[in-house]
Ligand binder design. Sequence first.
Ligand code: SF4
Length: 344
Amino acid sequence: MISLTRLTNGTLKRTAPEMNPLLEIRNLQTSFHTPYGTGRAVNGVSFSMNKGEIIGLAGESGSGKTMTALSILRLLPENKVHISAEALRFNGLDLLSMTDEEMRMIRGHKISMIFQDPVAFLNPAFTIGQQLTDTILTHMKISKQEAAALAVETLSKVGFTAPEHKFHYYPHQLSGGMAQRTMIAQAIVTRPQLLIADEIATSLDATLQNQIIDLMLLIRQELSSAMILITHNLALISQMADRIAMMYAGEIVEIADKENLFRNPFHPYTIGLLESIPRIDKKSEFLKTIPGNIPDIFHYPAGCNFSDRCPRVMEICCHKKPGYYELSPGHKALCWLGERAATT
Ligand code: SF4
């Protein structure tokens, strides 16, 4: 798969994948076992990413984006969830065969996740400085004083003014933007190689959203961390990602570099989502929508998962699952229309 590398002058260059990608996922499947049956939340997700690359996982709520991230980190209850994959490797290490203790050392150190709701994630009983210091001491062999100094430095890095003072704040003293910055500080304080950010700017107003985007891009530049951005906000992803994977019903239905996906969207789901974005240059009375809902994880259609909402559905789509078609280097779509495109 073709990827993008940022050159030192800031431009992007297409590159072949590294021999050893930072993250390699092949045919990831995540199933939930419930009294009502087995539901498949992730259905054969595959992608790999290089060091420093930003991949956006986009799609409506319930499309499997967060489940993919939680599966990578094995943060789902093992007694109820079954995760399998042909490959789930980070830096060549097989994440699925690691012990719980080994996974704990990877999480929050080599791979960090920034969650959607920072206030719920932060412990109200401890100051943010204490929480940051504890994270540092869990993963780094340094003294308490050094950890506290690193915590203050990280608060400053994520944009806190007077960080020595804010170090002593409790979570209830933080505004929404400050709470999100604290979560980002928690995630980057150990300089992870991979950051997973789940809807990090969704609940913020436009000004704060832009500040968080700038901050994340600065972090990528400084730490060279790769990032997986999970969002339903295509405008946000367009500002940050190098590549975009569109998810629907637990599958990646289209993946391409950002420019290609926005200029030449192929999958009817991608086209539908792009047409539903409000545009100032288009005078239309109503925004387009995609009728219907994502199928629930217990009842997928027999053929293409998008068949009951797709404006271009064909007979074959209703009874036979499509495969991936490569439309151009690195641009793939899971759609029977790809077969036609390949033969015309
Ligand atoms: S396979 Fe058929 S139903 Fe599915 S997205 Fe393509 S055209 Fe639509």
